[in-house]
Design a binder for this molecule. Sequence first.
Ligand SMILES: N[C@@H](CCC(=O)N[C@@H](CS)C(=O)NCC(=O)O)C(=O)O
Length: 212
Amino acid sequence: MLTLYGCHGCGSVIVEAACTLLAEPYRFVVVEPWTEGPERERLRAVNPLLQVPTLELPDGTVMTESVAMLLWLLERHPGSGLAPDPGEPLRPAFLRWLVYFPAAIYPMYTVGDFPDQWVEGDEAQARLKQATMARTLRCWRALEQGTQGLGTDWLLGDRMSLLDLYAAMLSHWEPGREQIRAAAPRAVACAERAEADPRLLDLWTRNFPPKN
Ligand SMILES: N[C@@H](CCC(=O)N[C@@H](CS)C(=O)NCC(=O)O)C(=O)O
């Protein structure tokens, strides 16, 4: 069975969502990379960068990088419908935007969540944080523009794909869903459609409890 290291509301959610839709069983090890403790040391032993998600395969192979895990899961479950198949016209756009989420948007949190690791001084840290949020919103605007016409109800094509799931997870993060919606209304509508999938309702509610 797979072992997934992750935590509440963080990047492991996309991998959990994919495993759920693909009926891929996994054991979940809760670990917050930023909280000291024995779990963090277990994570360090498999991923010296101390990041989640980290995935351990049944043969002991360790995978990091959410997009690598998703592509590996797709290969393991051919015909899942969560991506256009190789050779299909929408495949290049799928690959582009699939990698865009962790390559363009996710790193803004690697910097913005820990500004003290990058610059010294409260003011400089606040400015850096602000700059990462501005860049995040620019990335969402570019996604919105770049995916226009690729789908109507979904980011790509006529069915939910991993793109909608990435959009759902990342649009829960800072600067918050409403600011992200203003930048990328269609992408957020697709994300919310994905969240409404009955197979995933429990997962989203557990990871992103509704705010009162
Ligand atoms: N490129 C990685 C990024 C993973 C990542 O940044 N995860 C966050 C949690 S959502 C983390 O572990 N942050 C701690 C750190 O970067 O030190 C991926 O796509 O999986």
